[in-house]
Design a protein around this ligand. Structure first.
Ligand SMILES: CC(C)(COP(=O)(O)OP(=O)(O)OC[C@H]1O[C@@H](n2cnc3c(N)ncnc32)[C@H](O)[C@@H]1OP(=O)(O)O)[C@@H](O)C(=O)NCCC(=O)NCCS
Length: 409
């Protein structure tokens, strides 16, 4: 088989790359006006491509961001996106070649992780990505009276004028998003494309709210009318596009405002945090229907020693964990987690005998706190040469809140 030549694309190739990616998702090419906005969301030097006979046939890109991990540390990561292979070139190893090249590039940039949202769940596990956060879909009957009178409501909610939306949301997001493990920073390209395009190009009516708590603005919500053909005024659905709150009081206030909006029958949110306390805030918990649950963040730990050392751990007796990584040998080894600190203490197969073993995708599933090691042992993602270590690992990896990102890219 001939080698696949993956190269960084020149700026002049980015529009072709975008068209190729769009076509892979069955989208039409961007027109000139749309491209003028989209172009700046490509981070220089981070788009890879494969050419064949002079034509671009595969592409993948990323942009730099930062992610909060349990314990509060924030690590640089590559937000991988716009992955596509031309339909007449699939299943020939082009994605595999791009993923390998991209992991090398991410490592060379000193970024601890790569992360993405997967169009299909069967694509990325083989490259060491694991589901590291999940979210749930909810549909809540709209009725302001539903929020319990004694639910904490320590702040006020204000409706934002159109011109205020972008600056206020950016400011509040920057302040609160990294408080939860899995939260990430959003760069100019993200805001420019995904928020301002929605507001200025779609010209949709959006409801934008900011919550002010005791220490200033600490939550926001962006919602718009959902597409529900034939619904009468009072049965229409409001879709939450973006909602972040620092605590339960902000959550109660923002959801309470949306639920109290006139001429709305329900409010729907997708990929909301698993522990968002909606049922606990409502007088009728059944007014909140869970419509689904799905994977949110796919995480590829690119630098395992750095990632394990940066994370906080629960109080537990020491654990010896072997990590395997077929694509990045530098990550392989036996790690000791003790007294809140993780460090590599030996190579695989060396004198230090591990109590638990996992691959790098299985590690990603526990890393942010989404899955307990015991669940992963029970389902074969991890193995436990010493079963007594399993509860210790559960205690070490446990987190108080569900990890959640809340930023789609
Ligand atoms: C998904 C996509 C990028 C895969 O590219 P590709 O070049 O065909 O992938 P590869 O040839 O490197 O495949 C590697 C392996 O993954 C498997 N695989 C790839 N895509 C798969 C899919 N969608 N479902 C199941 N398996 C898949 C291949 O069968 C192959 O397995 P093998 O090694 O056992 O033979 C390509 O099909 C595509 O562009 N799809 C549409 C757009 C899209 O979904 N992009 C991803 C956005 S997150």
């Amino acid at each position: 088989m001939s080698t696949i030549d993956v190269r960084p694309l020149d700026p002049d190739d980015l529009r072709s790359a975008h068209t190729l990616f769009g076509a892979a998702l069955h989208h039409a090419p961007a027109d000139d006006a749309a491209w003028a906005r989209i172009a700046s969301s490509y981070s220089p030097g981070r788009t890879l491509g494969v050419h064949e006979d002079g034509a671009l046939v595969a592409t993948a890109t990323s942009f730099p961001s930062e992610m909060a991990v349990p314990g509060g540390a924030v690590l640089p990561f590559a937000a991988v996106t716009r992955v596509g292979v031309r339909a007449d070139h699939t299943r020939r190893g082009l994605l595999t070649a791009m993923m390998r090249a991209q992991l090398e590039d991410v490592a060379a940039r000193g970024e601890a992780f790569a992360s993405l949202r997967a169009s299909e769940a069967r694509i990325y596990g083989r490259f060491g990505y694991g589901v590291a956060t999940r979210g749930r879909g909810v549909r809540v009957r709209a009725d302001a009276a539903l929020v319990r009178a004694d639910a904490p409501r320590t702040g006020t909610v204000r409706l934002l004028e159109r011109a205020e939306i972008a600056p206020v949301l950016r400011d509040v997001h920057a302040r609160i998003a990294l408080r939860r493990a899995g939260g990430m920073t959003r760069n100019d390209g993200w805001w420019g494309l995904l928020l301002e395009r929605r507001l200025e190009v779609d010209r949709a009516h959006v409801l934008a709210l900011v919550h002010r708590g005791p220490d200033g603005d600490d939550g926001f919500a962006l919602a718009r009318l959902g597409d529900e053909p034939g619904a009468g005024f009072a049965e229409r659905r409001l879709d939450v596009v973006d909602l972040h709150a620092a605590d339960a009081a902000g959550t109660a206030a923002l959801w309470g405002f949306l639920l109290g909006t006139d001429l709305i029958g329900s409010v729907q949110g997708d990929l909301r945090p698993l522990d968002e306390p909606l049922e606990l805030l409502l007088t009728d918990p059944r007014a909140c229907a869970v419509t689904g649950q799905g994977d949110e963040v796919w995480l590829r730990i690119v630098d395992v020693p750095t990632a394990l050392a940066a994370r906080g751990y629960g109080t537990a007796e020491p654990v010896l964990l072997a990590v395997h990584d077929a694509l990045r040998e530098a990550n392989a080894g036996v790690y000791r987690i003790a007294d809140g600190v993780a460090e590599r203490v030996g190579p695989l197969g060396g004198p230090v005998r591990p109590e638990l073993e996992c691959g790098v995708a299985g590690l990603a599933m526990a890393y942010l706190g989404d899955r307990r090691p015991s669940e992963l042992v029970a389902t074969g993602w991890w193995t436990a040469p010493d079963a007594a270590a399993v509860p210790r690992a559960d205690a070490a990896f446990a987190t108080a809140t569900s990890p959640w990102c809340g930023t789609f890219f």
